[in-house]
Design a protein around this ligand. Structure first.
Ligand SMILES: Cc1cc2nc3c(=O)[nH]c(=O)nc-3n(C[C@H](O)[C@H](O)[C@H](O)COP(=O)(O)O)c2cc1C
Length: 252
């Protein structure tokens, strides 16, 4: 693999879950957000909320961003041009998710390059109504993901990824054999086990229903973790749809 400063910053980045008290300067914060804004966009349908020095941030991070999809600002511009948004909300959101996510990841890489660390927190969509009240959000703005940031007070190893042959498919999607799947699982599971990732945090998702626990911290790793997450959480979309509806988006 080739390397250069940009690739190095991407390859050494890892989610940081312990921060020093040092507050990043205004210039650092603005640089990170401006770098985020320079990401490719479909319609710049995102906004970045910031809270500094809150007491209750995840892992004591000095900065807490909430990356929102935002159709409100664009609709205000369209109104000035005597246009109304008629595109369906599923499509609006699909493109806005991409705008917001690309900006957020640019912020992550910019932070890394400036000696900071960060971590996404995925609960924002379920807390959309609460966040909307805190920040006085207008309708058509939806909190997509929280991003905490600051100077790291830990230096964990980079986390494993699937092997390239489980991601990059040239010309044709492969007909996976069992071995390729097993190998991809092994790379992920051995990688996380070697780091004591779940053991160190004593974090194992509880089984609901009638499955019997057969894992301990010497065997519980990423493929079991991710299977328990998406095999157990939120089978109904109702709660999420309700949050979208309250923010003025009609998906169904
Ligand atoms: C959309 C999204 C939501 C996430 N939510 C959380 C979260 O709620 N809590 C957490 O500790 N990490 C969260 N993460 C961070 C991931 O756990 C982390 O990126 C992943 O385990 C890979 O590790 P790495 O970032 O260190 O490479 C989230 C990441 C993304 C992209």
């Amino acid at each position: 693999m080739l390397t250069n400063p940009a690739i190095e910053a991407m390859m050494r980045r890892k989610s940081i879950r312990k921060y020093t008290d040092q507050m990043p300067s205004d210039e650092v914060i603005e640089t990170v957000v401006l770098a985020g804004m320079q990401a490719p966009f479909a319609s710049q349908s995102f906004s970045v909320l910031l809270s500094r020095g809150k007491k209750d941030t995840d892992w004591g991070a000095p900065l807490e961003f909430v990356i929102c999809v935002d159709s409100y600002k664009l609709e205000r511009i369209m109104a000035k041009r005597n246009w109304k948004m008629i595109s369906n909300d599923l499509m609006i959101l699909m493109f806005a998710f991409q705008d917001a996510t690309l900006a957020a990841q640019n912020m992550v890489t910019a932070a890394e390059s400036l000696g900071m660390g960060s971590c996404f927190i995925g609960s924002a969509p379920y807390l959309a109504d609460k966040i909307a009240q805190e920040y006085n959000l207008p309708p058509r703005v939806f909190p997509l993901v929280k991003l905490v940031m600051g100077y790291p007070d830990e230096n964990p190893p980079v986390r494993p990824r699937y092997p390239l042959n489980y991601v990059l498919f040239e010309d044709k999607y492969p007909d996976f054999d069992e071995e390729t799947i097993t190998e991809a699982m092994k790379v992920m599971d051995d990688g996380y086990l070697a780091q004591d990732y779940y053991k160190a945090g004593e974090f194992m998702l509880k089984l609901t229903g009638d499955r019997e626990e057969t894992f301990d911290f010497d065997t519980y790793s990423w493929t079991e973790h991710i299977s328990r997450k998406w095999g157990q959480w939120y089978p109904s979309p109702d709660r999420l749809l309700e949050q979208f509806r309250k923010r003025g988006f009609e998906i169904a």
